[in-house]
Design a protein around this ligand. Structure first.
Ligand SMILES: *Cc1c(COP(=O)(O)O)cnc(C)c1O
Length: 857
């Protein structure tokens, strides 16, 4: 008989132990070793089996609890850890110190994401994007940011993976019982659950309750539609992550964006916190938050749409996470229109006071009838970024159409390279060496004798081998192999052999099976009797992706060859709990995406933090951080257009690197220690380590994006939104006048100091001379007359006009180098709230310099 539903009964803890519940409910324990140690003391066996404080406390025997209540030593530790948590959550930290020394730090930051991967005990994530968001919250907590996370609570999260006897992926969806998770329901002063309401088509209303997870000092609000106030369809909105069709997806995004802002307002009111002044959209899924904020401003402050949009833009950051077109959410306009549900007056029911046509325009793209969430993100986020330097450049090309007339290198999309949370991902063995102090770690690594470094690496590898054996056995049993058939798993892998890891989603561009391009060659590498190699592989395919599942099956079949099965293993159900072991234990982290499809990639960073050496295509983060001493670059054959041939070439390069460089280096020993290898490990830990930390990433976001956005927000709002209104008025003036703006010609003279004295003759239509910026542009010229390596100089308006009534702008520029140079001039919009030349996608060059097509504002 199957249970219809599971639920959890929590027996109150004895009073002297009540702080245990506090420690269990704050997810800081996930990255705080002393708290983990305390839980281990409660019941070592159960702690080992569950790794989950709430389950531990629910299952531990009352006798043991009574014993602990009388154990003075335990109680002293408990009290100290509780005090440490309070201190951690209230100390000013880095952010508070910055504010105290007079920096204009934002009062609050809201961070919206479709998924958050904080710990395996809260399974509301699928992979890289979610774990990045989780690491962002943890680092924000460590640094003391006043940040609030907003996401969805999924009844089933992402699927758990197992394999059929035949090696085909099977998906299971365990049900999350919020009562058993570290969550509390958001309630009002009268202790009643807060219910968020959103209008749905046909006069229906979507209701959602709000769970709060506490991540150190950061609250994470999770909306949940599975409540009795909703009909079955609406209840199902938060059933699972990345599960349903487009209709399901857009409802989730409406709940996240619109419902998320409403939940945030309730939370801020109840907790009496400062309103966030900066909103961060982690990927396009959260884009509707911008429209909801526009609606709020229109309703509460009486702003028109355009002025409200100016306020929202000024304070929104949009981060794009993928150059893979299929990874970008695009909805048919009709579907969006259906939810915007315009009444007879054209105003939206979902977003009262806003015109649905105007909202639809925010998601316009080249394909007619398609609403593009990334485009909405860029339009609503004045500041935007990709997630590695290379991805920033790729995004500037990819989205250049949004800023017509500008070269890709002027497109206003920046880059903040991702990072990973050290205290979460660095093995305990390493952390203990520097007493958990991230900043002290590099010096410790520099000072360690090579043999000690090697001993730690070997210990971590041995730990992974144990884990591999355990998981391979369990997986075999799940696949209906008998104990007799699984005897070999007991001594699968060797604790002293070179161990390579490859774990990632089975997305096509990640090329799970590139290593099997020449199976015989791979076989020879793995089974070399003198210098054996072992390979651990893991990863999930999207449930709807049969192609990805076929790749997994191909790997699984390969691993079943009796000659190979000791050397290569596929472990099902890649998630945070498994990932920790493989990052810690692997000597080499392999990554072979199709460049430049990997926006950043973070698994290689986690390996590096544990002394793993990366062996990777120069894509994502590795493109900027590979330095020749921290791993190896697999040459990519991007210029080869035939995919098959490209795969052949890149696989060949991978095999050669392994055979000629990586394997020999690992096995070249002095007194048993591979000294050259260990020096690369040391270099990786000490020099690369600090660059891949989430603390570095969150500092970058704060100083480069949050602080400027907070300032822009206050500028936009000051004096009853004077600047925002003025920008809106200016943009509408541009909409009618820009078509008349033109540069008729440029006069040139050489001054006695060899300066170039330029005068541009500019028609301004209805605009005044100080309402535009005119720049002289000087640079090198190609044979086709294209300027590159340019410098810009502002040109000043002269009094009066030329004989044709045009305004003259003048500048003297000093040619900055010898050789063939060229110049031109250009007209750009000008307003104090604009932060980038290209921001509005408007520019005029003289006709002869190749007039770009005009684009309406
Ligand atoms: C880090 C991590 C990822 C993301 O890794 P990529 O290199 O971005 O593919 C995915 N899943 C888990 C469990 C992780 O820990």
């Amino acid at each position: 008989m199957k249970a219809f539903r599971r639920f959890t009964v929590r027996v109150p803890l004895p009073a002297p132990l009540s702080d245990l519940a506090v420690l269990a409910h704050n997810l800081r324990w996930v990255w705080h070793a002393p708290t983990q140690d305390l839980f281990a003391l409660v019941d070592p066996e159960r702690w080992k089996a569950t790794g989950d404080p709430l389950r531990l406390l629910a299952e531990v025997s009352p006798d043991r609890l009574a014993e602990l209540s009388a154990d003075t030593e335990f109680l002293v530790r408990l009290t100290a850890l509780r005090a440490d948590l309070d201190e951690y959550c209230t100390a000013p930290q880095w952010y508070g110190d910055h504010a105290a020394s007079g920096n204009p730090m934002p009062e609050g930051i809201a961070y919206f994401s479709m998924e958050f991967g904080i710990s395996e005990v809260l399974p509301i994530y699928s992979g890289g994007l979610g774990i990045l968001a989780g690491d962002h919250l943890k680092a924000a907590s460590d640094l003391g940011l006043p940040l609030i996370g907003v996401g969805l609570f999924y009844r089933c999260g992402y699927f758990r993976q197992s394999l059929s006897h035949d090696g085909w992926q099977i998906e299971r969806y365990p049900v999350n019982d919020p009562g058993a998770l570290p969550l509390t329901l958001l309630v009002d002063a009268a202790d009643k659950p807060v219910i968020i309401k959103i209008s749905m088509p046909g006069g229906r209303t979507l209701h959602a309750q709000v769970w709060v997870a506490t991540v150190g000092r950061i609250p994470l609000l999770l909306l949940d539609s599975d409540i009795a106030a909703n009909d079955d369809e609406l209840r199902g909105i938060t059933d699972r992550l990345y599960g349903g069709d487009q209709d399901h997806r857009i409802k989730q995004e409406i709940l996240l964006g619109i419902g998320g802002v409403r939940a945030l307002r309730e939370y801020v009111r109840i907790e009496n916190r400062a309103q966030p002044t900066v909103f961060h959209m982690n990927e396009g899924h959260a884009g509707f938050l911008g429209v909801e904020r526009i609606r709020e401003l229109v309703e509460a402050s009486g702003l028109d749409f355009d002025s409200a949009e100016s306020v929202v833009r000024a304070s929104t950051i949009f981060t794009t996470h993928t150059p893979v077109p299929a990874g970008i959410d695009r909805f048919p306009d009709d579907l969006v229109r259906f939810y915007l549900d315009p009444g007879p007056d054209g105003a939206s029911n979902l977003l009262p006071g806003l015109s649905s046509t105007t909202v639809l325009e925010l998601g316009d793209e080249a394909d007619p009838g398609v609403f593009n969430m990334a485009h909405m993100g860029f339009r609503l986020g004045q500041r935007s970024n990709g997630v590695s330097q290379l991805h920033g450049a790729v995004s500037r090309e990819m989205f250049a159409d949004l800023w017509p007339g500008f070269d890709a290198d002027e497109v206003p999309i920046g880059a903040v390279t991702n990072g990973v949370h050290g205290p979460t991902w660095v093995a305990r063995r390493w952390q203990d060496l520097s007493a958990g102090n991230e900043d002290a770690a590099p010096a410790v690594y520099e000072a360690m004798p090579a043999s000690d470094l090697w001993a730690v690496r070997s210990e971590l590898r041995a730990g992974l081998v144990d884990e591999v054996r355990r998981r391979a056995y369990t997986s075999g049993r799940d696949r209906d192999f008998t104990d007799a058939e699984l005897g070999w798993t007991a001594d699968l892998f060797d604790p002293d052999s070179l161990t390579i890891g490859f774990a990632r989603r089975a997305a096509t561009y990640k090329r799970l099976t590139l290593m099997l391009r020449d199976p015989d060659r791979m076989r020879r590498i793995l089974t070399d009797p003198e210098r054996p190699v072992q390979l651990v592989v893991a990863g999930k395919a999207h449930p709807a992706d049969d192609g990805g599942k076929a790749l997994i099956q191909q790997i699984v079949k390969f691993t079943e060859d009796p000659e190979l099965r000791d050397r290569i293993v596929f472990l099902p159900d890649y998630d945070i709990s498994m990932a920790r072991h493989i990052y810690a234990g692997c000597d080499v982290w392999l990554n072979n995406p199709v460049r430049p499809m990997e926006a950043c990639g973070t698994s290689g960073m986690k390996s590096a933090l544990n002394g793993g050496l990366n062996l990777s295509i120069l894509d994502g983060w590795w493109d900027e951080m590979a330095d020749g001493e921290n791993g190896w670059a697999i040459p990519s054959a991007e210029e080869v257009l035939d995919e098959n041939r490209r795969d052949d070439l890149e696989a060949e390069a991978l095999y050669s690197l392994l055979e000629e460089t990586v394997v020999p280096l690992f096995y070249s020993r002095e007194d048993g220690v591979p000294t050259r290898w260990v020096e690369m490990v040391r270099h990786t830990l000490a020099i690369l380590g600090p660059k891949v930390l989430a603390s570095r990433m969150v500092r970058d976001y704060t100083l480069e994006l949050y602080v400027p956005a907070g300032i822009s927000y206050h500028e936009a709002c000051a004096d009853d939104y004077a600047e925002a209104r003025s920008l809106a008025t200016y943009r509408s003036a541009l909409a009618s006048s820009w078509k008349s703006v033109a540069i008729a010609g440029i006069d040139e003279e050489t001054t006695p100091d060899d300066e170039l004295d330029l005068t541009a003759h500019v028609s301004l239509g209805e605009l005044a001379p100080d309402e535009v910026t005119v720049q002289a542009v000087l640079g090198r010229v190609t044979d086709d007359g294209d300027l590159y390596d340019t410098v810009h100089a502002p040109m000043e308006p002269l009094d009066g006009t030329d004989l044709s009534g045009r305004t003259r702008y003048r500048a003297a520029v000093l040619p900055y180098r010898s050789g063939v140079l060229g110049y031109t001039a250009r007209v750009l919009p000008k307003h104090p709230l604009l932060t980038d030349d290209a921001e509005l996608g408007l520019v005029r060059y003289p006709a002869s310099a190749g007039e770009p097509p005009a684009m309406p504002a």
